[in-house]
Design a protein around this ligand. Structure first.
Ligand code: U5P
Length: 542
């Protein structure tokens, strides 16, 4: 581990998630029925709704693969990416060999953080882009530095590329951590980083090295050898896919992973294990899909003007066969030409393609309107924002972190209530003090009355300081229960975090695991809760 960064790294217990993994044993009341006696669904597995979605109108449900259907184990998978990246930095890009001794704390970074590439800072901000928590490497910025650097509202509008980068996929946690380590290292050892390599260049190097690990086989060969080590098993994926297909929906997969890797991962997820635990790769899992598009190059896949060629994949050899924009020039096996549904609506064998764009997919599935498609992904930018904004697909975001977040919200409900009360009390006292001070200044009082009011004011100020202290203390404890450094994923102080704001804007639905879909009727009408403006809160109907 890098010196100077004083978090406990390694070992079995993650250091930054409070109580993580402690929930399985005890019976905890995350399940309850609605007052009307509706069905009970574990809160951690609920599908939450931002925008009404009637599943009856959905004719095709599509899935991203990596971190959506396949949940990687960060402690092994991201560590592998981290180690591979370090080796590339040292052996290919000339970074010092001592980096080889560094290790990765996979619990340190969280999604939704923003990296300030030029300044070497890591930021957590709210939906107004107000920076609430800021670190330079692993060192917290003083309040003064933070306000001077990010307090200006004009700066707030520009937390975008190329100077900033949002950590919005789980793939990016390792590179964000390595960036913080390198910033720290450069500050402490200015001579050891090659000349001319500033923070932004270090980020660029890390990004390129991580990307290369994903593309040159460093990661994928290891996953292929032992998928169980890197991917969580989820036996409810197949029943979920079956349920959707039995309900008459077409199902499809659109992934940026290439066919050989997609086949390995989907085999792992969909095929039952043989008795001795060994698995053999076959193509049986394709029966759960109508179309698979690997190597899709999202997000540009979602632009229909993207004229990327569509190739059919020969399953055994992985050979790409030319198609004429969706009409195959060569027939593969017994598969049939487009569309995938016959005139009688019967499903035909799944076909696998590489590349192309959404226009091809719509044609293959006979989609008439993009609002008939629900797409499930994990990446706000690559999967959700583009598919919804550019295309008008309906969207569901998978947020695995939600399970823990919801557990903690439940466990901390009394503390959070207390926090709200303390906050209200503080505000009331502040109002009283304000009022008294103005009276003292402008109203006509005798000297005796003034003295009385003045001492009343002092007493109130003392009381306010006590309440303020208690509030800050409770707020800090609450923050640290979620994550020691960054707090609650979906909140920044009392405001929604930038991440939560994006979830709210772009995901029609969101949930912790893709298979939660199987807990609901395939014809469910998802409805959001009522919106409230601040002026409505004090007069909410019971
Ligand atoms: N990937 C990269 N570079 C990265 C991060 C991820 O090529 O920096 C790859 C993953 O290895 C995976 C694909 O193959 O992108 C994610 O695809 P999807 O299933 O999420 O669309």
């Amino acid at each position: 581990m890098e010196k100077g960064h004083e978090t406990a790294v390694g070992g079995d217990k993650p250091s930054h998630f409070a109580n993580m993994g402690s929930t399985d044993g005890g019976q905890k009341p995350y399940v309850w029925s609605s007052p009307q006696g509706g069905c009970k669904i574990d809160l951690r597995k609920q599908i939450f709704c931002n925008r009404s979605l009637n599943m009856k109108n959905i004719v095709a449900v599509g899935f991203d693969m990596d971190y959506t259907l396949a949940q990687y184990k960060p402690e092994t998978f991201e560590s592998l990416a981290y180690d591979g990246t370090i080796r590339k930095l040292v052996y290919d890009l000339g970074y010092p060999r001592e980096l080889l001794n560094w290790s990765f704390d996979w619990t340190y970074m969280v999604r939704g953080l923003v990296l300030d590439k030029k300044r070497g800072n890591i930021l957590k901000m709210d939906r107004h882009k107000y920076v609430k928590v800021a670190y330079h490497g692993f060192k917290e910025l003083s309040k003064e530095d933070k306000v001077n650097t990010y307090g200006n509202t004009l700066i707030r509008d520009s937390f975008d590329e190329p100077d900033y980068i949002i950590i919005d996929t789980l793939f990016a946690l390792a590179e964000a951590y390595m960036f913080a380590q390198l910033v720290d290292f450069k500050d402490k050892n200015p001579g050891k980083i090659p000349e001319g390599v500033d923070y932004a260049v270090m980020y660029k190097d890390v990004r390129a090295a991580v990307d290369l690990c994903h593309r040159d086989g460093t990661l994928k060969q290891m996953v292929a050898k032992d998928p169980q080590r890197y991917i969580n098993e989820d036996t409810s994926i197949v029943p979920m896919l079956k349920m959707l297909r039995d309900s008459g929906r077409a199902t499809f997969l659109v992934t940026n992973s290439l066919w050989d890797y997609t086949n390995i991962v989907m085999n792992f997820l969909c095929e039952s294990r043989t008795v001795d635990g060994s698995r053999k790769c076959n193509f049986d899992w394709l029966k759960y899909f109508d179309v698979v598009i690997s190597g899709s190059a999202k997000p540009s896949f979602f632009h229909d003007c993207n004229r990327a060629n569509l190739f059919e994949v020969e399953l055994e050899s992985g050979m790409l066969i030319n198609t004429d924009n969706g009409s195959p020039m060569a027939q593969v096996g017994s598969s049939s030409p487009t569309p995938m549904l016959s005139l009688k609506g019967q499903k035909k064998a799944c076909r696998v393609f590489q590349g192309g764009s959404v226009g091809h997919l719509h044609k293959l599935l006979s989609i008439e309107s993009s609002s008939q498609v629900l797409y499930v992904g994990d990446h706000i930018y690559g999967d959700i924002l583009r598919s919804k904004k550019v295309l008008g697909w309906r969207t569901m975001l998978v947020v695995p972190e939600l399970e823990r977040e919801v557990e903690l919200l439940w466990e901390l409900r009394d503390t959070r209530k207390q926090l709200r009360l303390l906050r209200n009390e503080r505000d009331l006292i502040e109002d009283k003090i304000h009022h008294l001070k103005w009276s003292l200044k402008y109203d006509d009082f005798s000297t005796v009355e003034k003295q009385k009011l003045s001492s009343e004011c002092n007493a109130l100020e003392f009381q306010r300081d006590q309440v303020r202290f208690a509030h800050q203390q409770a707020q800090r404890e609450c923050h640290q229960m979620f994550h020691k450094i960054w707090g609650q994923l979906m909140k920044t102080g009392y405001q929604n975090s930038r991440f939560a704001h994006q979830v709210e804007r772009f995901a029609c639905l969101y949930t912790s695991q893709v298979s939660n879909l199987s807990l609901y009727s395939p014809d469910k009408y998802y409805r959001p809760s009522e919106d409230y403006m601040p002026h409505e809160f004090d007069i909410l109907p019971l």
